[in-house]
Design a protein around this ligand. Structure first.
Ligand code: NDP
Length: 277
């Protein structure tokens, strides 16, 4: 193995991961000497693969689908936001040999909304579609921005209700099914379902988006996702996908590992340009 500090993303599938490119860009930008690779790791040998990685000198890992809950269970210690979300996307070797687990997805989303797109959350009515792992990761950091309220809508209502119960101590949050959204309206609608991955949409009623409201799809693709297209039809002020979140969650993980904060604007520009060309 090379004598450079080793980092990697584990997941399945992993072939199309942009993480190696993002972290290599950040390393060059901040003059950090490291290697970062993508490794196909399914759930079954996860623990062994992580043990081997750190035993062979690995310094930090990202974990993606379907490993975030397993990574949460693996970590010796967790940040508060990771503890609450019950999912970990970043593992970091500590100086005492223990492994710290963090979840940088939510702060990645908030940074992309606020810093890159001037969308503020304070005092806003936020609707989150979906109650899976991604929703778990973003609710806490959104609550930290003091929105007026968060509503979680999900196909399986029980999962949304569980989330609302778990996060109720941090701010106003309620849960419902899609039909119960009729008559409500929101400043920001975040699609945290995986429907876009099959070019599908959750069953959304009309009139959900307030005038001057914006929409954000956590999924990203070269073409506008079904949700991004829906948002345009609703007259959204901004209709964004999750590329910026992906880059910002990586920037936060990079900072955790290296103590140096990369800047993301240039990389966002490069990757945005690639998908329109
Ligand atoms: P999960 O599998 O944990 O959850 C999927 C959610 O989507 C569930 O709430 C499920 O509802 C819902 N769902 C799936 N299909 C439909 C449909 N056709 N109509 C309505 N609801 C549907 O996935 P994750 O939470 O891990 O990921 C969600 C999305 O977030 C993915 O697109 C992923 O790529 C994206 N993501 C992006 C990140 C980024 O950095 N940009 C980071 C993390 C995730 P039910 O519970 O009823 O089954």
């Amino acid at each position: 193995m090379s004598d450079k500090d080793q980092y990697a993303v584990f997941g399945s599938p992993i072939k199309h991961s942009k993480s190696p490119r993002i972290h290599q860009f950040f390393a060059k930008q901040t003059h950090q000497d490291l290697e970062y690779r993508a490794v196909l790791v399914p759930a079954e040998p996860f623990e062994q693969a992580v043990n081997d990685f750190f035993a062979q000198g690995g310094r930090g890992l990202n974990c993606t689908v379907p490993l975030k809950e397993l990574a949460w269970a693996y970590a010796d210690k967790k940040t508060e936001r990771a503890e609450l979300s019950k999912a970990v996307n970043t593992l970091a070797l500590q100086s005492d040999g223990s492994i710290l687990g963090d979840n940088t997805d939510g702060i990645g989303l908030v940074t992309d909304l606020k810093k890159n797109n001037a969308i503020q959350l304070k005092g806003k009515r936020v609707l989150i579609l979906g109650a899976g792992g991604a929703s778990r990761g973003i609710i806490g950091p959104i609550q930290d921005e003091l929105p007026e309220s968060i509503t979680v809508a999900n196909r399986t209502i029980g999962k949304a209700l569980n989330l609302a119960t778990e996060f109720a101590h941090k701010g106003a949050i309620s849960a419902c099914g899609y039909t119960e959204l009729a008559g409500l309206s929101f400043d920001l609608i975040i699609n945290a379902t995986s429907a876009s991955l099959s070019d599908d949409l959750p069953p959304l009623v009309e009139g959900l988006l307030k005038e001057q409201g914006s929409c954000y799809d956590l999924a990203y693709a070269n073409e506008p996702t079904a949700f991004v297209r829906w948002a345009h039809e609703q007259g959204a002020l901004k209709s964004l996908d999750g590329l910026g979140m992906l880059i910002e969650q990586a920037a936060e993980a990079f900072y955790l590992w290296r103590g140096v904060r990369p800047t993301s604007a240039e990389l966002i520009g490069v990757l945005e340009a690639e998908r329109v060309s």
